[in-house]
Ligand binder design. Structure first.
Ligand code: 13P
Ligand code: SF4
Length: 308
């Protein structure tokens, strides 16, 4: 049996659902039951009736699935699939920061640990951050964590002043503005689209800023155009499927690398073999203590309710 066939057999045997993020390797996206952005993936994790959730993504995503579905087995192909942004917000220092500003509501981007979510009032993703912040009364001070780039973008779009945590994503901070402007000079007809984790100067050049799902929809709706895409390169797999005749150019990174684009090493640590093995062995399993889970569920559920 091929690896692919064996995964499909295990899926039936274990009544498993495979959820994959758009940054996963193409062969993983192809075998998944659902491929989506962070919001779509949490919605699927909340509503599935499978016994096992195989999370082809990074740790905080699988952890969110476990918080939403505590009675299901949640497995991640490789426990080292972390996130630089989540790592930039350690619970102890964040706890002190929150305690120092007791009058602030805490909004956190889903790219953070369960411990951080347990200290949060409302979670958001890049697709609903504006809506979530706009739902908070205007005179209410807000802490926004951990992504300062998304935070600055939300401040600019909503006109709200927020206290930002100083975190960021190594992948989205790797884009080079000079190379991007040079590339745009070579393709002046191309539309720049960017993920809001990118730095302010990159976002200023973009005609569209949004989540991975938002970027894919935008390209679908403007398929007659040419695009420069500023996010992790895995997204190009789904984009090419949706708009096979559209020219898609990955935004250039500061460091020259083999594909001249940015790849997330954490996302790419998952392989088809590891996906198979985690289903077979039901390990590595994601566990969250009841105490953290109960607290972390509240702000996630608030986000899901506000996103219906
Ligand atoms: P999306 O929610 O837009 O898919 O973003 C997830 C992520 O990790 C971006 O770096
Ligand atoms: Fe984290 Fe950035 Fe990788 Fe997304 S792309 S998982 S934010 S390190």
């Amino acid at each position: 049996m091929s690896l692919r066939e064996e995964i499909l057999r295990l899926k039936k045997e274990k009544n498993a659902v495979i959820l994959a993020h758009y940054y996963q390797r193409p062969e993983i996206q192809e075998i998944a039951d659902y491929v989506g952005d962070s919001l779509g993936l949490s919605q699927k994790a909340a509503e599935t009736d499978a016994d096992m959730i195989v999370f082809a993504g990074v740790h905080f995503m699988a952890e969110t699935a476990k918080i939403l579905s505590p009675n299901k087995i949640v497995v991640l192909p490789d426990l080292d699939a972390g996130c630089s942004l989540a790592d930039s917000c350690p619970p102890e220092s964040f706890g002190k920061f929150v305690a120092a500003h007791p009058d602030h509501i805490v909004v956190t981007y889903v790219n953070c640990s369960a411990e951080i979510k347990a200290m949060t009032d409302i979670v958001c993703t890049s697709s609903n951050a504006l809506k979530i912040v706009n739902s908070i009364p205007k005179d209410q001070p807000i802490i926004f964590a951990p992504d300062k780039n998304l935070g600055k973008y939300v401040m600019q779009e909503t006109g709200r002043d927020m206290l930002l945590w100083d975190g960021s994503c190594i992948v989205h901070e790797a884009f080079c503005i000079d190379k991007l402007l040079e590339l745009h000079k070579q393709h002046p007809e191309a539309v720049i689209i960017a993920h809001p984790e990118s730095e302010e100067h990159i976002l200023k050049t973009a005609s569209y800023v949004g989540s991975t799902a938002g970027m894919i929809n935008y390209v679908k709706e403007h398929a007659d155009r040419k695009f420069i895409v500023a996010t992790e390169a895995g997204i190009l797999h789904e984009m090419k499927k949706e708009v096979p005749n559209t020219v898609l150019i990955p935004a250039p990174a500061k460091e020259d690398n083999s594909c001249a684009c940015s790849e997330c090493g954490y996302m790419k640590i998952n392989t088809l073999q590891k996906l198979h093995d985690c289903m077979l062995n039901e390990s590595p399993k994601i566990e969250v203590s009841d105490a953290i889970r109960e607290k972390a569920l509240i702000p996630i559920q608030r986000m899901l309710d506000l996103s219906k």
